[in-house]
Write a protein that binds this ligand. Structure first.
Ligand code: PMP
Length: 408
């Protein structure tokens, strides 16, 4: 028998070279968390965390942990199957009605991840003969849902309502049309222009769908998301997707909207029908977290103050940082290797922040993706900007005016 050639599994990033050059900081095991936005990282000790989505610092909150423990005591750790058959708990129903009231909708439906919620909802609600119009920077799970749906699928230029109008005008006259945007763009941290999008969708008879992965708990005076941020009524958005794994310290995703839509999805969306239900402790944790966001409004206020403070510090620094509109702040390095080098500088100096390279972001726009939380102190934020600025100056990267030569 001839010798079998092993298949070539070549990742799109130069992972092996990154490891060899000590420039690889993905998949680092965290061993635990400490108070005040600190993480204990294997081999590195305690670090200042500037790369987590724990926007409201709720992970480990005693009420959430207690709710998760209680749920394990009562239901165990699993659900033994899918929601439609024997997998639905009263906890799932309580979480869905909590999400619906938080988002001001008739109903909500919980999925086992935000990724699954986007893919299943889009592929179920839209199909051949319909038109889906997405912002060019929409999240991968939206793109995958569109591809699976079989609908006509076009992009409009990022946050460009004029281009969106061109796309709406060119959409098929028959069939449903929907505009899908991230409420906060996960790699750029800017906010979708909801007022213009809603206005255009009313004019051209389109549905509006938002992905609130990075806006729940972040945008709006009480953290309810993008409608609250713009002072819009909750029915401005028809289909509201969110995740339970960022500001909400659990796992899972949801869709919120009309009862008719949620009923339809519960009986038609393949990612809901054919996938196991959210486990009891995670469901109870998510439910307790929504309650806490409302019960402790100072968390959102602290986060907003930190977002403003960090934006101010970056504006006063020489760093090439994008304007801050959310809790996500990209610091643009350009070349992937420059991004990895700056990430290494930060990591070696006790700051946990990571580089997002191509193809996650367009070529030549690799960036450090910093996110602030309610738990950072002013000193933390200053220290973070100082470390990044020192690294940027030493390496000659991520500066508004670039130095000619970059040192390794
Ligand atoms: N949408 C956006 C904008 C996201 O950033 C993410 C997570 N990276 C998701 C959806 C998927 O959510 P989950 O992690 O719950 O699958």
């Amino acid at each position: 028998m001839s010798e079998r050639k092993p298949p070539a599994w070549t990742p799109s990033w130069p992972v092996a070279e990154g490891r060899d050059r000590d420039l690889y900081f993905y998949l680092q095991p965290t061993e635990g968390y400490a108070a005040g936005a600190r993480a204990r990282v294997a081999g590195a000790g305690e670090m200042l965390m500037l790369g987590s989505y724990s926007y409201l610092g709720l992970n480990g909150h005693p009420r959430i942990t207690h709710a998760a423990h209680e749920a394990i005591e009562r239901y165990g750790t699993g659900t033994h199957g899918v929601r439609l058959l024997a997998g639905t708990l009263d906890l799932h129903k309580a979480l869905e009605s909590k999400i619906a009231s938080f988002k001001g909708t008739e109903d909500a439906l919980v999925f086992s991840s935000g990724y699954l919620a986007n893919v299943s909802v889009i592929a179920c609600l839209f199909g051949r003969g319909d038109t889906i119009i997405c912002d060019k920077l929409d999240h991968a799970s939206i793109v995958d849902g569109c591809a699976l749906s079989g609908a006509d699928f076009v992009y409009f230029r990022h946050n460009d309502p004029g281009h969106l109008e061109t796309r709406l005008k060119a959409a098929r006259p028959s069939g449903k049309r929907v505009v899908i945007v991230d409420a906060v763009f996960s790699m750029d941290g800017d906010v979708a222009p909801l007022p213009e999008i809603v206005g255009l969708c009313r004019r051209y008879d389109g549905l509006v769908m938002t992905d609130e992965a990075h806006s729940i708990g972040v945008l709006g005076a009480t953290g309810r998301g993008i409608e609250e941020h713009f002072g819009f009524p909750s029915d401005a958005v028809d289909i509201k997707i969110g995740t339970l794994s960022k500001a909400i310290p659990s796992v899972g995703g949801y869709v919120a909207g009309s009862r008719a839509m949620c009923d339809f999805l519960a009986h038609q969306a393949r990612g809901f029908i054919y996938s196991g239900a959210l486990p009891p402790p995670q469901t109870a944790a998510a439910l307790a977290a929504f309650e806490l966001i409302l019960a402790e409004p100072e968390r959102v206020k602290r986060l907003h103050a930190n977002m403003r403070a960090f934006a101010g510090l970056l504006a006063d620094s020489p760093l090439d940082a994008r304007r801050g509109e959310s809790a996500i702040f990209p610091i643009v390095c350009g070349d992937d290797w420059d991004g990895w080098k700056l990430a290494r500088y930060c990591q070696k100096n006790g700051l946990y922040v990571q580089c997002i390279p191509h193809p996650v972001v367009p070529k030549g726009s690799a960036r450090l993706r910093a996110s602030v939380t309610s738990e950072h102190s002013e000193t933390d934020l200053r220290q973070a900007v100082d470390i990044i600025t020192r690294g940027a100056a030493e390496l000659g990267v991520a500066l508004r005016v670039k130095r000619p030569e970059a040192a390794e």
